[in-house]
Design a protein around this ligand. Sequence first.
Ligand code: FEO
Length: 391
Amino acid sequence: MTQIKEDIYWVGAVDWCIRNFHSYITHRGSSYNSYLVVDEKVALIDFVKAPFAEEQVTRISEVIDPKKVDYIVANHAEPDHSGSIRRLLEACPNAEMIATERCVNTLRKYYGDDIKATPIEKTPSLKLGKRSLTFVPVPMAHWPDSMVSYMPEEKLLFSNDAFGQHLASSGRFDDEVDEAELMQEASTYYANILMPLWRSVSRALKALEGVKVEMIAPSHGIVWRKDPGKILAAYQGWVAGVSRKRAVVVYDTMWGSTQILARAIADGIASKGVEVRVHCLGTSPSSDVIADILDAKAVIVGSPTLNNHIFPTVAGFLAYMHGLKPVNKIGAAFGSYGWAGGAKKVVETEMQASGIQMVESDIDFVFKPNGDETKRAYAFGQMMGEKVLAV
Ligand code: FEO
């Protein structure tokens, strides 16, 4: 248990060991945050993931008898925030649950028709005593049921998934962890969870305009107490698709040919003074690649042709990127093949379907690229570098 403000406590769980969060590789673990507000009435905000149910009950018990919890606010039904529901309802038998109608329906589908809750459509705010909670639906930030809870007396926003990070830490606040690691995990989280929902996130940010926020308590990672403006400003840039002078070259290789082209293209881009990040999909998880793409201007993807199709790792990456739909990017495809090609065309089609504005490319060579072909790949990289500088 950690006090985040007078009579407001973190009662969540740190998941040090998770390394795969529905295909998002979480190098630094995560946390499932839950908060307890002790006033004339006692409110618990959010559950935690199922394996940590007992830990959540123990942390609540360090502050107050769980039987004294009057309300449980469920901001979101995804199982990382609702998995402990059965154990918590048992430990807090006098609690009334509050959620959006869609959240209640989703919780019933996951956990059974006997789940009862008062929809926020009937109770848009709750007086707890000195403090109160106002519930604001933020559909599709992250699921249709999502909402945030705002405590005006403390200027405190319980933001659920928004402004979170998959970051396990002993510190509970932004000023207790390494700032570079924190912002890296915040941007990786945004890229892998919220990027395709940027319109909904943008609407949520608009709804926050004019609302005084001095602390943001998300449901993953640390609490923003030192500088909540830093993450708000970062989100403004991400939803607007603001990019750096950066290109990301992504590829996999069968016998080294596509790798020769990837390296030549990267060198050509870098020769123009543009930052390049190179990922081989044999070793880089797609979620790491997407994190680098978030604020890059260009994405260049290469694949060998295997059995007249694209390489399986490249197919997996393209499917992942298709779902996340990076905003405001230019791109190109390249590849190598043995006799009948085909991979480059599939890559182009799939990148276009992801919303990427494609630049025409003829970098697609038979067997191993020779010296002239490698030079053409370098020159193509230079041209892509110039395009990045031009925008
Ligand atoms: Fe952290 Fe949408 O759940």
